[in-house]
Design a protein around this ligand. Structure first.
Ligand code: SF4
Ligand code: SF4
Length: 455
């Protein structure tokens, strides 16, 4: 009888191990991750076969084997609960507002000889040399660039043209008839609508002065004019960027995907804005090329994630593989709690994979520092953008290699669950990620469905 119980237990454990790893292997194959799939298949056989083989041995051997497995389980639990990798919360609110004219995308729009050009470099002469060097490069979507591809670039240009066409639609007249809504009703309606329109996650926060740029650098309005945005709330949302396309980084499909997701985020933002204004409340959408707010900071404070080593939002389910949209409004809403997910900050502290793979060494390799009153990482946007202007695309290597960017299926979700709860699990997950997916970025071969987008 004891022998039968031991056999059933051992066989069940072997079967669960085998099926879990085979499932992971199949999911990895569907992601196009052959190395991870192969490793998972090998582990499925190697880790499950001892359970099956031991069922053929004596009862004494079975008990010794079971005892060893139990001890390993207890050791794993002990390590899981070890209080390591703690990161202090807070100290991450900027003390001053950021001038939009200083961001590389605003400087890129300056036309030599124009009054804005002269005024900007009179104000920031230290940026003149680096910008002149960048202006001499082939440029984004240029046929002379390193990764030029007429088809993908044409698709990207079409999306950018559409976003451009939407730029003046970010605000508009507010209906004179106001519908009275409680904060509860407004919140559930807005979150439901945003998800219905295609957002993956939605959060709300009270708009803070440091969310808002100090001066206009691009988009509607007068260049250099001070920004006054007195809406009470900000609605932030994410849209997912395609995993398989991002694995092509830094090749041309990446910029096509990036442009497409800007369109998607802009569309959702405009729809929400029109809707809120039709209810009698002011609302402004913040879309690519026409922001008044710093979207990653708003999204972080709205509970959608943390700012990671790359200086962009890291979300719990998709990591940095998202684009952001924001709508600011006076519609009564209930703000979300900020997540304060220090597990993500600890993971970024030990990982450094994006920085190691960045071709322009734009991502810092050291720990966070205080910048303008906030402890954070800051990438060198000039170096990053310089590289984009050489290759002609959005690069995206950092996003592609990030262990948080893996698709949101059960295997990765289980690992993310453990990462959030245990410092040891974070270290183990990073080791596993290096072995399953490699430490170095290698662009994946272009999948059939992506290839078919070209002529
Ligand atoms: S690659 Fe690593 S260090 Fe970089 S953002 Fe992702 S988790 Fe953080
Ligand atoms: S997009 Fe490319 S160049 Fe820019 S920070 Fe990421 S890896 Fe570096």
């Amino acid at each position: 009888m004891m022998n039968l119980i031991a056999n059933i237990l051992l066989f069940s454990m072997g079967l669960v191990t085998f099926l879990s790893l085979v499932t992971f292997a199949v999911l990895s194959l569907r992601e196009g991750e052959r190395r991870a799939a192969g490793l998972a298949f090998v582990l499925a056989i190697a880790l499950s076969s001892p359970f099956f083989l031991v069922t053929l041995s004596t009862l004494q051997v079975k008990w010794i084997f079971s005892g060893t497995i139990g001890a390993i389980g207890f050791l794993g639990l002990f390590l899981f609960l070890l209080p390591i990798g703690r990161v202090e919360r807070g100290h991450d609110l900027p003390l001053k507002r950021f001038d939009e004219r200083d961001i590389v995308f605003a400087r890129r729009r300056l036309i030599p000889g124009s009054p804005e050009f002269e005024a900007y470099y009179a104000m920031r002469p230290e940026n003149r040399t680096i910008d002149d060097k960048r202006r001499a490069l082939p440029g984004l979507l240029s046929t002379e660039s390193l990764h030029a591809d007429p088809n993908f670039f044409a698709a990207a240009k079409a999306s950018f043209a559409l976003t451009e066409a939407m730029r003046e639609e970010v605000d508009g007249p507010v209906s004179g008839e106001r519908m009275e809504l409680s904060p509860d009703q407004g919140t559930s309606m807005i979150k439901g609508l945003a998800q219905y329109y295609g957002a993956v996650t939605v959060g709300i926060c009270e708009l803070q002065p440091y969310h808002v740029y100090s001066h206009i650098g691009r988009g509607s309005g007068t260049y250099g004019a001070p920004i006054h945005l007195d809406h009470r709330y900000a609605i932030a949302f994410t849209v997912e960027m395609d995993y398989e396309i991002m694995r092509q980084a830094p090749k041309a499909p990446v910029v096509m995907e990036s442009a497409r997701r800007y369109v998607q985020a802009a569309t959702i933002g405009l729809q929400l804005g029109y809707h809120i204004r039709s209810l009698g409340y002011p609302a402004r959408a913040h879309i690519d090329g026409n922001y008044r707010v710093i979207a990653p900071l708003v999204a972080r404070d709205a509970g959608l994630g943390e700012i990671g080593r790359m200086g962009i939002l890291m979300t719990p389910r998709l990591g940095p593989r998202v684009r952001l949209g924001v709508v600011t409004t006076d519609l009564p809403l209930i703000p979300d709690e900020r997540r304060y997910d220090t597990s993500m900050l600890d993971f970024c502290r030990i990982c450094v994979k994006c920085a190691e793979n960045c071709p322009s060494q734009a991502i810092p390799t050291d720990d966070r520092h205080e910048i303008d009153g906030a402890i954070r990482w800051r990438i060198n946007a000039d170096k990053c953008f310089h590289y984009w202007n050489v290759i002609g695309t959005d690069c995206g290597i950092c996003m592609s290699v990030c262990p948080f960017s893996h698709p949101d299926h059960c295997g990765h979700s289980l690992i993310r669950w453990a990462i959030q709860r245990s410092g040891y699990a974070r270290r183990a997950a990073l080791w596993l990620d290096d072995h399953f997916y490699g430490r170095k970025h290698i662009p994946r071969p272009m999948l059939d469905w992506i290839q078919k987008l070209t002529v």
